[in-house]
Structure formats: C-alpha cells, structure tokens
Design a protein around this ligand. Structure first.
Ligand code: ADP
Ligand code: ADP
Ligand code: ZN
Ligand code: ZN
Length: 853
C-alpha cells in the first residue's frame, strides 16, 4: 500500500477536502468498518466497553496516521512500527497529522512532574534566569541552572531526586529485645550469610547473647553503619567462649569471613541485586527521606538564592497553579514589573512582563480544566490518568498548532460536572483554530456537544466492532440497536430504588490528615452504599482511596495486601520524588463492625505481561491441573507447573514465558512486541503438544472469557471465576490478555470479579475510587447493579463518584469541598441524595438535583 497515492475518485481534489475516510478497518474486533468523518469538527466515539472505540480511534485512525507520518520521516522508525504491529485497514484518507492524548496505563519516570509535563518549567526557569533578583556578587545563572534535571542545576547531594535513601535502625532492628543470635538485625541475609555475619561478630568479641538494646551504642552503630569491611577468622560451630580460646591459641579458623555493615549490605543489595525476591526483601529496610541538603527542592543552593517577587524557584514550584497564575498576572502588569525588581533596568522589566504574561497565558487553560489546585512540583506518577490527560490537553492549547487531529481518550474522566463546560469550551477552541478533535467519551454532557457522533457496537468483542451510527448526535435517536441512544434520549435517568437502606451502624473517622485534608471528622453508614462527591482536587481520593483503608486496617490490626504494601516501599517513595503520602487519624465502629476492607481500584493488576486475567483470578491454577491430568501429560510426567509460564520448564526460554520482548524506542515509550521464538505463545513446542479438548495451553490463554465458558462447561471451579468475569462485562477479554493491555477500568472490574466469586462477603467494606471512569453508561449501570448486590449481601460500599446519575442511586452522599486543594478537604454536605441536592452551597447539589428530577 502506498500511503499517498490518490484514489481515482478524489484524484482531482485535495485528498483532505472531503474529510476523513476509513475503509476496511479490521483492527482487533472491528468488522471491516467503513466510515466517513468530517474534518475540523468534534467527533465523539461511543459504545459499551470493549465495543471497539479505542480500536477504531486509536488503534486504526491514529495509529495509521502516525505510521504514515513516521514512514515519511525515517525508514528506521518504520521497522520499529512493524514490530509494534500495523493497523489492519485498507484505506485511510484525509487524516491530518495526529496527536494522541491517552490516559497513560503504565507509570512514568520519577523525574517527570507537572512542570516538565506542561513545559512550564522552561518558562519559569527563563523567568528566574533573566528576570530574577540575584544576591549581590552572584553572577547571573542560565536557565539550566534552575533545573533539577540537568547536571548544572541538580542538587549535588541527591542528584536532583530530592530524596536520599535512609536505612534507619528501627527498620533494621524492629525488636531491640532480641539478641543478635535471635536475629535482632532483621535486615541481615537469611541462612548461611547471616550466620557468617554473626560468627564474625563473635570473633570480634561482641556479645551476641544479650538483648540488642543492652549493647553499647558504639557497638550497635558499628554493626549497623560501618563502611569498613574487616576480614576476620571464623570458627564455625564454636561457642563464643570456645571462639575466644581458639583465637588466643591462634588455632586455624574454619575460614576467613568478611563483615559488611548492615546498612551497606542493604544499600548494595538494593542497588545491585538482579533477584526480584532479594530486592523486595531488602527494600523493607530502606526509606526515602527528604534530602537534607536541598530539603527536597532538588535544585542546587545557588539557584535557590535567586528570587522573583520575593519567592525562589522552589516556592514557585510549590504554589498551586491558581496562585501562580495570580502572581504571574500581577508581574505581567506594567506597574508591578518595576516595583518587583528595584535593581532592574527598564528592559529587564519588559522581559519580566513578557515572560510573566506568557506564564499566565499558559496557566489559564489548566485552571479552566479544574487543575488550579496542582503545583508544578507535583510528581507525574501521583496524578490520576484524567489529571494527566487534561494537563497535556491544556499544554496543547498553548502550542497554537492548527491543522492537526487530536485523538483523546475520555477527557472528562475525573472532572466534576461543574467543570465540564470548560472542557467543552476547550475542545471547541481547538476546533475553531482549525483542528479536528476525535474523542472517545462516556460523558453524556460532552457527547451532546459534539458535532458528530460515531456509535460502535452493539456489544463487546465479537458482538461489537460495527458502526451503528455515524452522523450528528440527534440522529442516534432512531438507532434501535444502540445502547447509547437510551441514555442520550432520556437524559440518562437511572431506575432508582425508592427507599434508601437503613444504616446497620457507623464507621467514624476522626482527625483525618492526608494530603490537603486537615483534621476532618466524618462518618459513613455501614450496610449502605455511600457516594463521595466533590470537585476535582477536593480530596475524594485522599479520603477514601488512602486514609480510609489505612485507618480502618489499623483499627482492625491488619496490614495491606502485599501488592499495595509494595507500593509503599522505599523504591516507590523515591520514584515518587517526595510525593509519598502520610495518613493520620483514627477509625472507630459504632453499632456494627466489619472484618475486612477491600480496595477495588484502577491500578494495574500487574506491571508486566506476566500477570493476566487467568492468573490474577486464580482460575489458571485449575486449568493447569486439568492439563496435567490428561493421559498424554501423565505419560510424559508433565506436572501442573510444566504449564506455568512463570517458572522454567514448559515456558519459552527466549521470552521466559512473557510471550513478548521489550523494544526500546527512541523518543517514544518502550513497547512490548511479540517474542520471535514462540510468536507470543509463551510456551516451548513440547508443552504445546498437550491438548485439552483440542486446545493447547496457549490456545486456552487466547480464548475470550465467553469462549472459555463453553470450553470449560463442566469444570465448576473454573466456571465460577469465568461467570464472575462475564458478569462484570468482561466476557470479551482474553484469558491471557496481559495486565499491561488492560485499561484502568478493566483492571478494576477484574478485581471486582475476583471479589464477586468469593464467599463471605458480609462484613466486608468495599472502597472504590471513581469506578465508572471509562465506562459507558450502560456498563456503569451494570456495575452499580453489582455494587448493590454486594450491599444486599451484607457488605458496605463507599465510592467516589462524579456521575450524578449514579450518585442519585446511593443511600448516602458525602459532598467534599468546597473547593480544590487547600480550599477543599471539608464535608460540605452529607445525607440522602435528596438532602444533599437541596444544599444551598454544595457544588454538586444542582447537578444532583437535575439527576433526581
Ligand atoms: P473499547 O475502546 O470500546 O472499550 P477496545 O477497542 O479497547 O474497546 O476493544 C475492542 C476489542 O478488541 C475487545 O474485544 C478487546 O479485547 C480487543 N483488543 C483490545 N486491545 C487488543 C490488543 N492489543 N490485541 C488484541 N485484541 C485487543
Ligand atoms: P480528588 O480525588 O477529589 O480529585 P485528591 O484527593 O486527589 O482529590 O486531591 C486532594 C488534594 O491533595 C489536591 O490538592 C491534590 O493535589 C493533593 N494530592 C493528592 N495526591 C497527592 C500526592 N500523592 N502527593 C501530593 N499531593 C497530593
Ligand atoms: Zn538534594
Ligand atoms: Zn517466547
């Protein structure tokens, strides 16, 4: 296919003149889709989850536009794209150069923050370099000197990380009543290597049989912190007294052992080990702490001495964007420019005004998109996917590009209805500047504002992939098959239960402190469904995603499940560049209690293609047992572990069972591409010869949940898990679909399904943070049905939710606010949906009222 060969029909006209023309799109589940879209318009793609919206908008239209563009610039890029997979489409015409803003599925590097993501960092640095006030005798610095990400600007102590590793005594020695022989130093290696350390101390005459705390401080500090590596004779198996004697008699030692300080051992292992297990083990003893040199600002001292309007660059980075905007606006005004830097000449003042004005202008769309509470130094990994996307959207506005197609993934995610108008305004702004805007959307308010609607469906996976409607939004009213139609037509009212559930008791949180929440007291009814609302940045996630589970677990004397706990480890702390969150407060129960708290969030179910739906839900264990029980497997003595791709044996040795290998791309995030050895099958050929009902183990992983229901129709335990997945709307997902390919919403539903197949759901508290982000209203209704089921079975559900149609269904509503950031964090209104809807000053009230009437 030659990209730019005009077809006969439009050979005489500009190929873009008629809009965007797609012919024969077959990416993923698309059924040979033909589609014509207007250009310079806002086009919304709708359809239930898994119907093929992303496959069409991102996987086909964007990917093909991108491929042609890259192909035209570099044959090298072409090879990489070939590896990443070419969209399956016969023809794409009229597509302008495209920019995609997607909700990032993976994490991002520890170095990126709001300033770098928005490119505001360069403006601010220029402002400090050119218009800053310098201490007497300090020469002017370059813009790079104000950056933590350049060797010139970075704090020399922490290399611009803002944090350094600390291995404190209380982590290495959790119980100081133990003796060294009783493993007081918990961070020592286990087994022989740890014993070796102890024997060396015995040789040095240190008492290993008295409680740690009774040892002299000097000795304790030496054991923990020494950087020396002394070599000592070791007499294995001798008591301390015998050892002393042996040394005096200069007897031949068993061997010479080298002692390593406990802290040094932890740091070296942490930095150098290749073993995940070892790394995880030692990371328990490491803590990231604020760099004492730069106090976390990551910048060298000289740069911190330069000020603008009396603030240094660290202050600038810490201000909420809304405040920074005010400051910049003041600086940009004629009169203020001079008063700020009294030493400056007229031209300096003009430079200040220009740069300040630039800063203010670029901040405006961010504030309009409800992000005024963020600060420049906020690390990107701590932002929600929605926040990240809106930041990048706002940044695009400042770039003043035109003639571009923007492809966006649910830009309304995480946005309060109050701020949807600004979003729509910004999309219109892009269009008016001469751009095309393609959005995958679920928000009915945004869809209704589009110029063109493409509805895909009718179902998910095989049952989807067809264009049900393409035209102005109003026209969808006649499309019977469409699940979107119902919601647009009826302004989306849900069937609400007429009576609210009565609380079975209360969960009371007192004096909660977390992020911007300060000293909050709040109560949640047990045995009910509670919705927590509030504008973006009001503190919903901080309260229910962070503080609540942690405080409740403390009260119950439980610890977080390992995957969550891992995230709090030192490495994560360091990666988050000081943005780790501490939680304070107390939890108490009244009238009734709970036994367990389960957080069902949108975090990936795994970070590599190694985890997938089958392994996460546990059903794969049963599948492997089935394979091991086949006559041929028995004959060959293949056990269940032979069918695992996580241990050596049956798996493909090249990709070690990942089915994919990492491809590093220049200037682009690295991607996984299929393993050339097994072609993605994950197994070596012999293992694949074993079949169950004519399916190899790789075939099973390639099955969708729905196909697997047919395949395993007599295997009850496997079926239970499969039915739960089907019930949460994941029937289209392949069993082996890697965790890295699942969207946040899909990951969340996998977790929900895993919970639904469990027994003993009463006395469980379920916490969900914006569970309907990424869901079509029809899927959202289905999800709500499941949540009600959990409550009817005796559970308690607390969710952060912004779709007032669903909030209206809750038994109890807690509206946080009144504003975002430090202006939020308080309970503005609490009560039944009807009560909150009548509150005079709650930002959610008018929208909730509209949903109720
Ligand atoms: P939507 O965006 O409407 O939720 P998708 O386009 O993501 O739907 O998915 C449509 C179908 O394509 C689903 O059956 C999904 O499982 C499948 N699919 C999505 N991504 C991939 C992929 N990378 N490889 C194969 N199939 C995929
Ligand atoms: P919501 O969920 O209502 O959008 P959040 O709880 O995410 O609000 O945010 C409340 C405030 O706490 C905001 O000012 C936000 O910037 C801040 N915040 C949230 N998470 C972090 C974090 N990891 N580090 C620093 N600040 C945070
Ligand atoms: Zn530092
Ligand atoms: Zn392989």
């Amino acid at each position: 296919m030659t990209p730019d060969a005009p077809t006969t029909e439009n050979a005489n006209t500009h190929p873009w003149a008629d809009g965007i023309r797609v012919r024969g799109a077959r990416t993923h589940n698309l059924h040979n889709v033909d589609l014509d879209l207007p250009r310079d318009a806002i086009v919304a793609f709708t359809g239930v989850s898994g119907s093929g919206k992303s496959s069409l908008a991102f996987g086909t239209i964007f990917a093909e536009a991108q491929r042609r563009y890259l192909e035209s610039v570099s044959p090298y890029a072409r090879r990489l794209i070939d590896q990443a997979g070419i969209p399956d489409v016969d023809e794409l015409e009229g597509m302008p150069p495209a920019v995609a803003l997607q909700q990032a599925r993976g994490g991002s590097s520890g170095r990126s923050d709001v300033a770098t993501t928005t490119q505001l960092s360069s403006v601010v640095r220029m402002l400090f370099s050119r218009a800053g006030e310098y201490p007497p005798n300090q020469p002017m610095l370059y813009a790079e000197d104000f950056s933590p990400n350049t060797p010139e600007g970075a704090c020399p102590e922490c290399h611009g990380m803002g944090r350094v590793f600390d291995v404190p005594e209380e982590l290495m020695v959790p119980d100081d009543s133990l003796t060294i022989r009783e493993r007081a130093v918990a961070s020592w290696p286990v087994a022989w290597a740890g014993q070796n350390q102890r024997d060396i101390l015995v040789s040095r005459g240190i008492d290993v049989d008295i409680p740690w705390r009774k040892l002299p401080k000097k000795t304790r500090d030496w054991i923990l912190y020494t950087e020396e590596r002394p070599t000592e004779p070791v007499y294995a198996g001798l008591t301390p007294a015998q050892t002393r004697k042996a040394r005096q008699q200069r007897r031949e030692p068993s061997y010479m052992g080298t002692f390593v300080g406990a802290r040094r051992y932890v740091l070296d292992t942490f930095a150098n080990t290749k073993s995940e297990v070892m790394k995880r083990r030692v990371s328990q003893f490491v803590r990231g702490v604020l760099c004492p040199h730069c106090e976390g600002s990551r910048i060298k001292a000289e740069a911190l001495r330069v000020t603008v309007a009396g603030h240094n660059i660290a202050d600038f980075s810490a201000f909420p964007l809304a405040e920074l905007h005010q400051l910049a606006t003041t600086l940009a005004r004629d009169d203020a420019g001079q008063s700020v830097t009294h030493t400056s000449t007229f031209s300096d003042a003009a430079v200040t005004r220009k740069l300040a004005n630039d800063l203010a202008t670029r901040l405006e769309p961010m504030i309009a998109l409800g992000l005024g509470y963020l600060s420049l130094d906020r690390a990107t990994p701590t932002l929600s996917g929605g926040e990240r996307q809106r930041l990048r959207l706002a940044t695009q506005l400042s770039s003043k590009l035109f003639g571009v197609a923007y492809v966006l993934d649910e830009p309304s995610a995480g946005l309060h209805p109050r701020d949807l108008d600004s979003l729509v305004g910004i999309l219109h702004g892009l269009k008016e500047r001469g751009n095309s805007v393609l959005v995958v959307e679920h928000s009915l308010a945004v869809i209704a504002e589009a110029d063109w609607l493409v509805d895909i469906g009718p179902g998910a996976g095989e049952q989807g992939g067809r264009v049900l409607y393409s035209g102005p939004p109003a026209g969808i009213a006649d499309v019977e098959e469409s699940a979107t139609r119902r919601y647009l037509a009826s302004s989306g009212r849900a069937a609400r239960p007429s009576k609210h559930r009565q609380p079975q008791g209360r969960l009371i949180l007192n004096s909660v402190e977390c992020n911007t929440i300060r000293g909050l007291d709040v109560a949640f009814p047990l045995g009910c469904l509670t919705a927590v609302t509030g504008v973006s940045g009001a503190g919903k996630s901080s309260l229910i995603g962070r503080a609540l589970p942690e405080l409740v677990r403390q009260q119950l004397g439980q610890t977080a499940p390992t995957e969550e706990a891992e995230a709090t480890h030192a490495e994560a702390e360091l990666l988050l560049g000081g943005n780790t969150v501490t939680v304070r407060g107390t939890a108490a129960f009244e009238g009734s209690t709970i036994k367990r708290v389960v957080v069902i969030d949108q975090k990936p179910i795994g970070r590599t293609p190694r985890s997938n739906v089958a392994t996460y839900t546990g059903l794969f264990d049963n599948v492997r047992r089935l394979f091991a029980a086949t006559p041929e497997a028995k004959r060959r003595k293949y056990t269940a572990s032979r069918f695992s791709f996580n241990v050596a044996g049956g798996r493909c040795p090249n990709c070690e069972g990942e089915g994919a290998v990492m491809v590093e791309l220049l200037f682009m995030p690295s991607i996984y591409s299929p393993c050339p050895e097994c072609g993605g099958a994950r197994y070596e050929p012999n293992t694949l010869e074993i079949t169950w009902r004519e399916h190899s183990i790789a075939d099973v992983l390639a099955c969708s949940v729905d196909d697997a229901i047919t395949l395993f129709d007599r295997e009850e335990r496997i079926l239970a898990a499969l039915h739960a997945l089907h019930d949460v709307g994941l029937g289209y997902v392949r069993l082996g679909q890697p965790a890295t390919e699942l969207s946040g919403g899909e990951a969340q539903r996998v977790k929900l399904a895993t919970e639904l197949q469990r027994s003993g759901r009463s006395s469980t508290l379920y916490v969900l943070d914006e569970p309907t982000a990424g869901l079509h209203p029809a899927d959202a209704d289905r999800l709500m049905g499941h949540l009600h089921r959990l409550v009817n079975d005796g559970g308690t559900v607390i969710m952060a939710e912004l779709d007032m149609r669903l909030v209206a269904e809750a038994d109890h509503v807690i509206d946080l606010g009144p504003g975002a950031g430090i202006e939020g964090g308080k309970v503005v209104a609490a009560g039944t949906p009807e009560e909150v809807a009548r509150h005079p000053s709650s930002a959610s009230a008018p929208y909730l009222m509209a949903a109720l009437t």
